[in-house]
Write a protein that binds this ligand. Structure first.
Ligand code: 2AL
Length: 164
């Protein structure tokens, strides 16, 4: 969608047009409410500013829309197809790497009670495994900050691809 079209949509339609970026309705609505944007950069800057306000409840809400690494969504929704594209490096991963990530996901969920989240686009399977193993050693506060920062990256990448 081009920015001029996004600027002119009714508020509900504008929020819906960015809903696939992250499953946090308050972020979608606030970003729609701050229209019009003078440039795509201004839109991204406001999206980032709003994303920097997220806390643990927001992370929990957003995770419902992010399949585990190595278990890409098989649905037909826009989020599912974006997620498959983001995780495409995992299709090249061999069996041993896939098993190691599955085990890492289980260890992570046992330790932090939520799904391991990482910006997958631009990362190989090996890189994601190394990050997973590194982050398992974080304390809860540090890890929550890292997960929120990854969620911001995923969201802003999706936003950049959605509206130009
Ligand atoms: C994902 C996903 O679906 N896309 C991405 O970048 N990361 N999932 C995840 N658990 O990190």
């Amino acid at each position: 969608m081009d920015l001029a079209t996004f600027n002119q949509l009714p508020p509900g339609d504008a929020a819906a047009a960015i809903a696939h970026c992250v499953a946090i309705p308050a972020w979608q609505q606030a970003l729609a409410a701050a229209r019009p944007y003078a440039s795509p950069d201004a839109l991204i800057a406001e999206g980032d500013r709003l994303a920097c306000l997220w806390q643990s409840d927001d992370l929990q809400q957003a995770l419902s829309a992010h399949p585990r690494i190595g278990e890409p969504a098989n649905g037909v929704s826009k989020e599912a197809s974006l997620s498959r594209g983001e995780q495409s490096a995992m299709q090249q991963a061999g069996k041993a790497l896939q098993q190691a990530i599955l085990q890492g996901n289980r260890d992570y969920e046992a330790r932090f009670q939520r799904v391991f989240l990482i910006r997958a686009k631009g990362r190989s399977g090996e890189e994601m495994l190394a990050e997973l193993q590194r982050r398992l050693n974080n304390d809860e506060h540090t890890e929550q900050q890292e997960a929120l920062s990854q969620l911001r990256e995923i969201t802003l990448l999706r936003l950049k691809e959605s509206i130009a």
